[in-house]
Design a protein around this ligand. Sequence first.
Ligand code: SF4
Length: 265
Amino acid sequence: MKGIVFDIRRYAVHDGPGIRTTVFLKGCPLRCFWCHNPESQTSAIGTINKRRTLDGSVEWLASTVGKEMTADEVMREIIRDRLYFEESKGGVTFSGGEPLMQHGFLLEMLQQCHEEGINTAVDTSGFATSEVFSKVAATTDLLLFDIKSIDDQCHYETTGQSNHVILKNLVSLDVPGLRLIIRIPLIPGVNDGLKSLTETINFLKTIRQPVERVDFLPFHRLGQHKYEALGLQPSPKLPNQQATTNTREALSLFSAAGFRVKEGG
Ligand code: SF4
């Protein structure tokens, strides 16, 4: 099966345990206004204009975003790093965009990784049908599950989609042996307030799948230049200020509620 890959990065240390190769699949149903990879959002292969300064003059060069690859071609790239995986207890992480959007392609690669004895992680927003979500959850070793906002109205206003499907998928998750790490990007004015964090804790206490850890991803403005390069305007909602509850406070709050926590992925 073929799919559209927008990047493959080696030696990643923030996308799961050990040293990992991260495969980014193109396409995402969400439009988070803080997205660092807006070039990953559309499903089709596209172009981005890259700025280059040469002899004092600026020029823009069109660069292709996305490449059609077969699962076997991606696997050949992954297997090249096997030695690093074995030495560091690492593996491969499928990210995006939203990797569940290309679920057939993703499932084929997950299956092949398991046949090769390579550890797998899937970094997902959880926005998928329950059928797709449960198939992927049953096929990977680790889920990195992002919670962007526990408040549905806020989620809709900041990502363009309701969180109903996402939270329902998380509530119904019950896969023996599956490792689950929750990832929360702390976005000022969106999900960093005490009320939002407390409601997230209360929600996480209701789910069946054991939560191994909660990772907080601090807000930064990296990637904003890409909006210009894509001919898009960065969101006017993009905050200048620091988080209202800083990462340290969020860590303490979740830790006091009994969760293992970590700053960064
Ligand atoms: S889910 Fe991730 S890739 Fe999709 S829009 Fe949000 S931040 Fe960007």
